[in-house]
Design a protein. Sequence first.
Length: 442
Amino acid sequence: MSDGAFSPRFRVATVGVFALGFLIAFEALAVTTAMPLAARDLHGRSLYALTFSAFAAAGVIANVVAGAWSDRIGPKRPLLTGIAVFTIGLLVSGTAPSMPVLIGGRALQGFGAGAIGTALYVLVARVYPEALHPRVFALLAAAWVLPSLIGPFAAGAVATLLTWHWVFIGIVPLVAAATALLLPQLRAQPAVGSGAALPRARIAWSVVAAAALLAMRPLLDVPAAGAVLAAAAAVVAVVALRPLLPRGALVVAAGLPTVVLVRGLFSAGFAAADAYLPYSLIALRDIAPVVAGAITTVGAVSWAAGSELQSRFAGRLPDHRAIGAGSVAFFSGAVLVGAGTWSALLPVVVVGWLLAGLGIGTAYPRLSTMTLALSAPQERGRNSAALQISDGFGNGLALTVVGVVTAFAPDGEFAGAFGLAALLGLGVLLIARRTAPPVLAR
């Protein structure tokens, strides 16, 4: 291929796309280190969880709005608007005098990040030829994996040497630099699209879904009825989710609907295991935190390796087969992680987490590629939004399910987390074939 992602024709755009994705990911991961300090200084520990759920809930609404807007006039204005809102959110969070203001800043960041993520997908579809999509999405996957290696440490260093405020404010000039790299490509983008009006009904459903997502975790803490209320909110979220996904997603219709569904299942399975892996090693087996952290890093490294490997076989391994191979690795890894954690066999845990990361790294970029390939040009924004909504909801619902299990069986949280990850991995394995277009899925 004469024109690669880093060829002179695409080099500046590729660096800009990667840099913007990297900075959003870095902020999302770095904030986990800074937020405890912010909550302490602002006397808002009781509102701690809302700083994360507000980000996620606002992102759901932004996904829908930016997706429809991108289909209507192209990705330029939605992307620049998302960058502007994200930057304002960073400044609000970094200068927040109280916890409610910080939560408001996090909501602005979530809205901006959601709009950026959706608009970037549409931009990739317009700028790069289809043959380069696996490579570009592998780079975007790496943009999320690399911060998991350096983000928490860097944020801790900044918060220690300066203050937690700079974990937010310090990213602003970097976002401006990444945007500058993309401006030439954005200027070349014509403001053309379907011209259709923004879908008020879907935006309203996104607000309902976001409210349910926002409520799930706090409801778990309600005395006596917490688990029931959280489960009810999860049901409301799924009902509201249905109009936001491609028709047939919840009944595993072949092609695009299953592609979007599988993304959510992968996200849910990985989130359940990732959230409880270091905790289980430390609490159950008294493993040193540094060792538990190193094992967690194995998954991030293998995720990046899987993303890179799938891009090298883009022309020889069909998308649905790459997703199938990823599902096999992820399911096998989830089973090994659960077994190894329970039996305190660390080599088994390491191998399992390596396989899980490799599997999801192999599948994720191809799910993005298939979403664009199976979308009509005027629906790329809508379907890219659906993919990211499925991703975010999968994460939130998985952690809620584990929380409900824990409420009913306090000693079952680790079994619930790893059992859910394995079960979702098995589900992906069973339906992976249906990610292919209907003719091939038969």
